[in-house]
Design a protein around this ligand. Sequence first.
Ligand code: DGL
Length: 265
Amino acid sequence: MDNRAIGVFDSGLGGLTAVRRMHEIMPNETIIYFGDTGRVPYGTRGRDTIIKYTRQDVKFLLGHDLKAILVACNTVSAVALDLVNAEVPVPMFGVVEPAAERAVRTTKNGKIGVIGTAATIRSGVYERRLHKADPAFEVSAQVCPLFVPLVENGRVKRGDVVIETVVREYLTPLRDKGVDTLILGCTHYPLLREVIGDFMGDGVTLIDSGAIAAETLKTAVNPAEGPGGTRYFVSDDPTSFAQLASLFLQEDVADQAGLVEISAY
Ligand code: DGL
């Protein structure tokens, strides 16, 4: 048993899709969440900036008594995790490895789609991991740069013509290729599950990287005894946090998030 907290972070609110799953399957854990809402998005930035931001996020989290860190961001997992993991005293878990592993176990026709930020797709991390499992897999990767800003603005619902148009534009090539498994390689994207699912059709399984990473984390950490609870921190505008966060978490967030001056770390 280990009652120390688990640190979770993302560039913004996307990592809350992992926290949502943690609340379901690890209710006894104390979670410290940091969303870098002042500097989102990370996915359009270069490697050095993503590494610098990751080091600062991790340093903030390590100010708490932690037993592990979940990097609930594909961009950071793809670009900075290996490097920063080697520098810190607690184990860090990413979202890419568990999502890729689940896709390998899910696909029947060997055609796997991956969608993500520019940094994640450019890193080629998913293709490498999938082809390591089976070089015959046909992997189709697609950058979806408008998804994160639309999600952070709450434009996620069926019938919203803006998000439906963008989904059609990005996902038509993947649908045409006949993928039967689609990795949502950004923790913001599960909020678009309905719209993406409607477009791709019932025959395509959507892989939620944040939720699956939470399941892997559960098997890897020494569990807490409880009572559990989550504290939220952001780097900008804590007042609007509760409203958007409840959309991601599908539960009410009563407490205002703490404001962190992250550039000072
Ligand atoms: N949620 C993040 C991810 O999983 C990235 C969003 C962004 O900051 O671009 O990649």
